[in-house]
Ligand binder design. Structure first.
Ligand SMILES: Cc1cc2nc3c(=O)[nH]c(=O)nc-3n(C[C@H](O)[C@H](O)[C@H](O)COP(=O)(O)O)c2cc1C
Length: 216
């Protein structure tokens, strides 16, 4: 069964790329939904104009780049991905009877957080998230905004109450990061930890202070 990965229009497309690469490298199947707004962040952050009709080419190009725009190690291909247009409310993930393991929203915009918390289902991404909650499947929401207003904080509490795991797009500095990609991979790794997917994206805390230096 696949994981649904929803990419919404918050800054943080490198987080999505890192999660997608790790899922595919772990042999997981992925159902991908890219919101309309996220095409702007993707264009802004990678220069890629994501097209429904050529999603495989565009996804391959995206996953082949690291957070710094340079070539990234990607030991899999996009063959394990099934792509659904964000406007396609008849798509598989819009129904609870469509078998999936759960859903990861990475990055999640505050608009997306609000839409899922309120059950708006304004597009396939939000509908799939509401379905994930009603079916009591794992939902991981990697929100990316700062600062957060009270409205968003209340929406995040509503998501937590509904059973979702909220993973802020905020890296830690104890894992010996030396490059932007290390910080990105930390957040992506915590998203996958919340979903219970094995990965080797960051160096875990071992209980010894001083491990945050790169050569520890
Ligand atoms: C370049 C760019 C960066 C953005 N960054 C963020 C962000 O970090 N967090 C956020 O909540 N919204 C951000 N937005 C605004 C969202 O894209 C906007 O609220 C949109 O309606 C989200 O729609 P979606 O949730 O359907 O993708 C950004 C927009 C643009 C164009």
């Amino acid at each position: 069964m696949p994981w649904i990965v929803g990419v919404s229009g918050a800054s943080g497309t490198p987080y999505a790329a890192a999660v997608l690469r790790a899922l595919l490298e772990a042999g997981e199947a992925v159902d991908l939904v890219v919101s309309r707004a996220s095409r702007l962040t993707l264009l802004d952050e990678t220069g890629i104009a994501f097209r429904d009709a050529h999603w495989q080419d565009d996804l391959r190009e995206w996953l082949g780049r690291g957070a710094d725009g340079k070539p990234a190690t990607f030991a899999a291909d996009v063959d394990g991905v099934r792509y659904w247009s964000a406007g396609d409310l008849a798509a598989g993930p819009s129904s609870g009877s469509y078998p999936v393991k759960g859903m990861l929203i990475v990055p999640a915009s505050t608009a997306c957080v609000a839409g899922v918390a309120l059950g708006l289902s304004k597009d396939l991404l939000q509908r799939a998230a509401s379905v994930t909650l009603k079916e009591r499947r794992p939902l991981v929401v990697a929100v990316r905004e700062t600062p957060l207003n009270g409205q968003t904080l209340r929406h995040l509490v509503a998501l937590d109450d509904a059973g979702a795991t909220v993973v802020p797009g905020s890296p830690a500095f104890y894992a010996g990061a030396t490059h932007i990609q290390d910080l990105v991979d930390f957040v992506a790794g915590r998203v996958l930890d919340a979903a219970g997917v094995a990965h080797g994206l960051y160096r875990r805390w071992k209980g010894d202070l001083g491990g945050g230096t790169a050569d520890a």
